[in-house]
Write a protein that binds this ligand. Structure first.
Ligand code: 0RQ
Length: 496
């Protein structure tokens, strides 16, 4: 319709997904919109996969973060991917990464856009962007995520637009697009408050670059959320008690500071817990806006939410669209270069809450690897937020795999966040406040507060034995035994 394609000279670029997919050649770098199954292209990737099943066609794929099965799933099952950057959560692609079929590069999400502008990641041949409209000047109005789309559109040779009518036009005005310049002498990013807008509400695009427009109304495949379980609920209670105490001590204002929370069930439980908390006037400065944020906005407890994508459940999406005028006043979607920007996170004083796979007794955190070797999802934005937070928090259940694995271990099998970055660790057992503690003090606090009773004594034994063997060094370890819990699990299916 004229409302969605406002530059009439582009009308002859409308074509089928199969025709658009023919623009992709073997060996190309293809970059797409999409962030945590939201706002990603669907029709053209499916068409590329179909071609790849019949001919020799392999591409490198860049995205904002995780995308839906129509993209990561179909392309990896069609063996159409050589390399993938920077984050994924799809089972097919995860299996391909962990069996050597695809090279995966796990990047901090805020780093990727500038790495592309610096030329570190090669030249982007084609960008495929999901949009709700194309403006009179060629500008692209993104859908439910912004992610890396601005830099992809800027740097790609050609742009394919999937104009998706399943997204309401009322999304226009929700985005705030600002692009920092390259060094030297980059200016400060002028964002000092969560509710501030610093850019335009569309992605500028030279219309000559738009090589194809594909019309669709296929919806994102969104993920269902599990109901809040006992473990997540306890984690949430410990965390809220901690935040209340910080307010009492005068280290946080009454309405806290802007909150960031990861995705998944624990994050959802923590946000739900805030609904029943005494806090008012909350602000959210995060990546992903999920259902619990709608609850907080509806209740009036939260006044503003800034992120790079809206990723609701199916019911959540319906609710979002039914009340879009209400949410457009309270939600701002920014490029991931801004939502995850270290400069802004430090300036705003963001409280970062992310999930760990495992934590060691000294407070190093593994967020990405299973038993040190297999990639789960990727570091995502957790590093962007953790290193620069006012308070950095990691949550995890104290055990995994029905209690056979302790998520508190002598030494993490992969390090994503070092002890220098991690201030608080919380499990359903309790919360360890590590601020101002030395490694040996941290070990006692983490074991005492966070470890599961089944593993507590064994962890303390390891720590004491390490002191006996290594002496009172700065960070006592027994190198021959540091990974014995993991190797035992791999051999016998349990850690102790
Ligand atoms: O595997 O499903 O095969 O059983 O790890 O664990 O408990 O389902 O937790 O879905 O919240 O994910 C850290 C991966 C947690 C996620 C991580 C196994 C466990 C299960 C997943 P199964 P759960 P969640 C914002 C910030 C990095 C990115 C990030 C993540 C699977 O939060 O990707 O923070 N974070 N982004 O069984 C072996 C252990 C284990 C274990 C759990 N100790 N050993 N396996 N598992 N603990 C979002 C973005 O940046 C986009």
């Amino acid at each position: 319709s004229k409302e969605r394609l406002r530059l009439q000279s582009l009308k002859d670029k409308i074509m089928t997904a199969e025709e658009a997919a023919n623009l992709i050649k073997d060996g190309m770098i293809v970059a797409t919109s999409g962030f945590t199954p939201s706002g990603y292209p669907k029709e053209v990737p499916i068409a590329i996969s179909k071609r790849a099943e019949k001919e020799n066609l392999k591409i490198t794929l860049y995205t904002g973060a995780s995308v839906g099965d129509e993209l990561d799933g179909t392309l990896s099952r069609a063996n159409a991917l050589i390399k993938r950057i920077p984050y994924q959560t799809n089972e097919s692609i995860r299996n391909a990464i962990n069996s050597g079929k695809i090279e995966f590069v796990d990047l901090h999400l805020s780093h990727m856009p500038q790495m592309i502008r610096y030329g570190f990641l090669g030249k982007i041949d084609v960008a495929i962007i999901e949009a709700v409209a194309i403006r009179e000047d060629g500008g692209v109005v993104p859908a439910t995520s912004v992610g890396n789309s601005p830099v992809f559109v800027e740097m790609a040779e050609k742009v394919i637009i999937e104009l998706n009518e399943s997204h309401p036009l009322e999304l226009e005005g929700m985005h705030d697009i600002y692009t920092p310049k390259n060094p030297p002498n980059r200016k400060p990013i002028p964002l000092t408050k969560v509710d501030q807008r610093i850019g335009g509400n569309y992605i500028p695009c030279n219309p000559d670059k738009i090589a194809a427009i594909v019309l669709t109304n296929r919806k994102d495949s969104v993920r269902p959320l599990a109901p809040v379980d006992e473990t997540s609920k306890k984690i949430s209670e410990h965390l809220i008690e901690f935040l209340e105490n910080e307010v009492k001590k005068g280290r946080l204002p009454k309405n806290l500071l802007p909150l960031q929370s990861g995705v998944g069930n624990i994050a959802n439980a923590v946000l739900k817990g805030l609904l029943d908390s005494p806090f008012e006037g909350l602000e959210f400065y995060s990546e992903v806006i999920q259902d619990a944020v709608f609850d907080l906005l509806d209740s009036g407890k939260m006044v503003i939410a800034s992120g790079t994508s809206v990723t609701p459940s199916e019911e959540g999406l319906e609710r979002f669209y039914q009340n879009i005028d209400f949410y457009r006043e309270r939600i701002i979607l920014r490029p991931q270069e801004i939502s995850n920007n270290p400069e802004i996170i430090r300036r705003l004083g963001v409280i970062a809450m992310n999930t760990a796979i495992e934590v060691d007794i000294y407070g190093h955190v593994n967020s990405t690897h299973i038993m040190g070797t297999k990639m789960m999802n990727g570091i995502g934005g957790s590093g962007d937020f953790t290193r620069n937070a006012y308070i950095s928090i990691f949550a995890t259940p104290s055990t995994a795999k029905n209690g056979l694995i302790s998520c508190i271990v002598p030494m993490v099998s992969h390090v994503d966040h070092t002890e220098h970055d991690v201030m608080v660790v919380v499990t359903e057992q309790g919360l360890a406040d590590l601020r101002g503690l030395s490694p040996k003090e941290r070990a006692k606090e983490i074991i005492k507060k966070c470890a599961h009773p089944d593993f507590k004594d064994a962890l303390m034994e390891y720590f004491n034995k390490a002191i006996e063997k290594a002496g009172l060094t700065h960070t006592p370890h027994i190198l021959e035994e540091a990974f014995s819990w993991h190797t035992k699990f791999l051999k016998e299916g349990r850690m102790i």
